[in-house]
Design a protein around this ligand. Sequence first.
Ligand code: TSX
Ligand code: MN
Length: 659
Amino acid sequence: MTSPRNPSMLVPPFSATGSSLRQISEDAFYVINEVVTKRLGHMPILKGDFHLLPMKVQRFVAEKAELMRPRGIYICDGTQHEADEIIDKLVERGMLSPLKAYENNFICRTDPKDVARVESKTWMVTPDKYQTVTHTAEGVEPIMGHWMPPESFGTELDSRFPGCMAGRIMYVVPFSMGPIGGPLSKIGIQLTDSNYVVLCMRIMTRVSPAVWDALGDHDYVRCIHSVGLPRPVRVKVVNHWPCNPERVIIAHRPAEREIWSFGSGYGGNSLLGKKCFALRIASNIARDEGWMAEHMLIMGVTNPEGHERFIVAAFPSACGKTNLAMLEPTVPGWKVRCVGDDIAWMKFGEDGQLYAINPENGFFGVAPGTSHKTNPMAMESFQKNSIFTNVAETVDGEYFWEGLEKEIKDPTVEMINWLGEKWRIGDPGRAAHPNSRFTAPASQCPIIHPDWESPHGVPIDAIIFGGRRPDGVPLVFETFSWLHGIFTGACLKSETTAAAEFTGKSIMHDPMAMRPFMGYNFGQYLQHWIDLSKTPEGHAPRKVPKIYHVNWFRLNKEGKFLWPGYGDNIRVIDWIIRRLDGDDSHALKTPIGYVPTQGSINMEGLPPVNWDELVSVPKEYWQEDAKEVRKFLESQVGIDLPAEIRHELDEQEKRIGAM
Ligand code: TSX
Ligand code: MN
């Protein structure tokens, strides 16, 4: 066999073709190593020791460095010292500025063209289309999952990635989703040319050299990210925020456990550990390995007797998931502690109990609407060591956004709004972008659960689905069974402010709150949920959580909210927990599930609530809903809909018909 160090082998892997997906063979790998060494003059290792990285990582880094041709490679260690260095540089350049009113808080404005996730440019790449999307009816576009064939993917990559990091530094970010080395945790390595991404990844994930040790023989998710603007830059860079909005692509190769993101620096598109890895790729890994990756908060709720239960909850966006995760109960004696506010990875243990971990390390929350009134615990979480993106800054060095008007020290204070313009409360336009964010370490949440980093997770007893449903849907109902619960989750809908070209609102389907994050065929995903309830041979019987649906947003005829919401939601959770504890005297059977009887929810200290309107299940509304849901499942999921769920649909329709 030819010695892998034979210089003659240097040529073939480096013929300067632009094939982005070309892989380097194991044999050639040592050669790569040599080449990286040889090329130090052109591609210096600016920090870290390349040769101390695990071999398979060296190969990955070398391969992608060859492709993207950065001016240097920087291997991150996740330390505060490292963050400080990067921050100093960014502050000097004007991309980041300190918020003087706090300790180690920074603000950053993006290019106004790069402010949100771009669903239309987010793809799953699988050889077979139906691995990604369902068999929808003739002419019906699937709403879940966006498929790109591998051939087009290769072409798309090749027109973007070769040389895309020219003149920039390529950061190598080793990170763990979940506590490092934990049995439910997974490792990722992100390559990025955005220092903002490096700083945020350090808050949102666990970035540490300990990841290299934990890697061992495990697989890891390869995350490749570029802002897509090689130097010299020929366009005007706005706000020192390089990006390439016209050329954005966020593509996932689930089989290869690989994510390619180009052209955007914005969180959801660039912090690849979050939606891309922890939901889209992880849902694929979870299916293969028999667990679940869900868009759910995790909370511990302790009752006045001191007994704690853990609950997960899935809500579409704009329903207040982060607020619920950090709830401050209004009923004395109750305590809520936060385990996670966005993503849950769950697995049945050997004891048959479902356990959940929060794979994240921080909160990437929507800023507008967050205040001491709506979420004091989130406010406490970002008083230091946090990064604010696209919010306003007062001349006193404080953050500001819509929702803080009543809490600001000086309501006439001059500010710079998210567009960089002088702005005061009452001026036209906005202070903060509606999708502006805080990025804060979860450890700084005053009510973070002491077990939030438990590698084995916390035991889950209830799953809550919810949506913003102005009419017809009661405050809370308990589903009849695991299958009926899955059906209810599959039919999840929520009111959204529709796209800018429409005025007014519409109720949109967001199955399992996973519509933008589905990593594979939704019918197969439902089948996976069904299969998980089945006990494998020779194991302790699986105890499936009870499944609930809540609606904090029902309106009366005058258009006023029927339920006070926020801290008073503990009253609903109290009812749920008593149901878990076996209290079955306080529920009324309806065609959609069990609703609370009058008096079974603690209303002490509340202003009068119209109970009948709050929990009613109107026949006409649900008849219409049954038709709509049937049409949705038949046109969207078609033959991929598991028979068990079709059966639930039929049964629910029958029950409603017999009302
Ligand atoms: O987060 C919300 N929750 C969950 C809290 C734990 N929000 C905000 C949603 C946008 C992110 C809510 N908004 C909730 C709620 O339970 N309920 C409502 C609707 C509502 C708004 C205001 C009032 C009552 C209900 N009342 C007054 O303002 C006095
Ligand atoms: Mn989310």
